[in-house]
Ligand binder design. Structure first.
Ligand code: AMP
Ligand code: MG
Length: 418
């Protein structure tokens, strides 16, 4: 597949840091090239295919920022207040037909275009009306106050939205402010998702006493959808090499990425590795990350495959660090690096040097009102409750060996991960 440099998934070194892994992915996975036109109402979360230059300035015309009274700068009261006769009234959506007369003021409302000649607006709260019905304006207002000049937000021709931007509601708002009704987007990437394991039953199917319901597949599909992917749910593959190989081979052509969970450790019942090797190529990425385990990276008939570990928390964390950047790169999105926010730790923790750890944790207000983060009391990589009952992950870098209450740690909210 043209989306991959030859060596992208071939790194088989001893131990890879998270940054090396993300670097490999973001520099060597290329975006799919297929574009489609998308209606503005459906554009949220999609990746923009081309830069958009502002077709008009924003705001498009100079207008009042407040409800009040407009005057010419030459008429601004200098040393003391001054009474002005009223000349005209301009509402939002209206247009003054004539220039404001020297020595006069015009009633104006928020968003209304400035009458020709008027350059400054007095807020109505700062103004009084005298017995003769004249408008008394105070001295001391700066020329140009309370006016929004045309183009002060964005000038015409400015590249306001960049190719590769994954649109959020505010980007959709900007496209709408330009009057656009449809946008050229990169098509959604198609991802096939499998679980593997004889111990798994699909929700809705009978569960044997030695089985558990498959939860990872639903978690991964939900995360992929949040990243804008089109997802094919391919169910559970049994722990058997030939059926695994057949299942994987069938979907290779029609998808941009295959994602599996389970069966990639190095035990003799981990059959994904052997299955992929029989129909394509596979390497295990040993990342210095906890929770993590090896992540399998493969290629089957040109389609990349990522095999995540089966333990739900390991699956979640490796998704964030391997699948997320791969999906963003394939989808043509600019990289969206995860930037942990420094928060005060309210826990003690010891860790090994030279590997990165992600600790499930919750935010709370400390006694002094400062935000602090508390670690989930248990650590097992199989505990779904640890993901459900926390707010995010504390990132402990390779160099850190212990955390004490009061130290500053980096916190990633679940909301920022997908
Ligand atoms: P594995 O990576 O296949 O060795 O699985 C590691 C652990 O994760 C085992 O306890 C599995 O039962 C569990 N596991 C594997 N796949 C899933 C899944 N799809 N949903 C929930 N748990 C799983
Ligand atoms: Mg298994």
């Amino acid at each position: 597949m043209a989306q991959l440099s030859d060596d992208c998934f071939a790194f088989g070194g001893p131990m890879m840091s998270v940054d090396e892994a993300v670097g490999l992915i973001t520099t060597r996975v290329n975006a799919i090239a297929d574009l489609e036109t998308v209606a503005l109402v459906d554009a949220d979360g999609r990746v923009l295919a081309r830069d958009i230059a502002a077709p008009l300035p924003l705001p498009p015309f100079t207008n009042s920022a407040v409800d009040g009274y407009a005057v010419r700068n030459a008429d601004l009261p200098q040393a003391e207040e001054r009474a002005f006769p009223l000349d005209g009234r301009i509402q939002a959506g209206g247009l003054a037909q004539t220039a404001i007369k020297p020595g006069h003021t015009a009633r104006i409302f928020t968003g209304a275009p400035m009458p020709p000649g008027a350059e400054t607006v007095f807020m109505q709260e700062d103004v009084r009306i005298d017995d003769g019905g004249k408008i008394v304006l105070p001295s001391g207002l700066k020329p140009g106050a309370n006016v929004r000049p045309a183009g002060e937000d964005i000038s015409e021709g400015h590249i306001a939205l960049r190719a590769g931007q994954r649109l959020r509601p505010q980007h959709v708002a900007l496209a709408a402010a330009f009057g656009l009704t449809q946008l050229d987007m990169i098509r959604r990437i198609r991802v096939a998702v499998f679980s593997t394991g004889d111990e798994l039953a699909s929700p809705g199917e009978p569960r044997a006493p030695s089985q558990l319901f498959d939860s990872n597949r639903f978690m991964l599909m939900a995360m992929l959808r949040r990243l804008g992917c089109e997802v094919s749910d391919l169910g559970i593959l049994r722990d058997e090499r030939t059926s695994l190989a057949n299942g994987l081979k069938q979907v290779a052509g029609g998808h941009d990425l295959i994602l599996t969970t389970g069966g990639v450790s190095t035990g003799e019942e981990d059959h994904v590795k052997a299955a992929v090797e029989s129909i394509g190529s596979l390497v295990l990425w040993r990342m210095a990350i906890k929770p993590g385990r090896p992540v399998a990276m493969g290629i089957i008939e040109g389609t990349p495959l990522i095999g995540l570990p089966g333990n739900p928390v390991a699956s979640f964390v490796t998704f964030v660090h391997v699948v997320r950047p791969t999906v963003l790169a394939l989808a043509g999105s600019l990289p969206e690096p995860l930037l942990p926010i420094p928060v005060r730790a309210a826990f003690t923790y010891k860790k090994k040097i030279s590997r990165r750890e992600y600790v499930r944790a919750s935010l709370r207000r400390g006694e002094d009102g400062t935000l602090e983060v508390i670690k989930f009391p248990r650590e097992g990589a199989g505990l779904l409750s640890s993901l459900v009952e926390t707010d995010g992950l504390v990132e402990l870098g390779e160099d850190i060996t212990r955390v004490e209450p009061g130290s500053s740690v980096g916190f990633l909210s679940y909301a920022d991960l997908v």
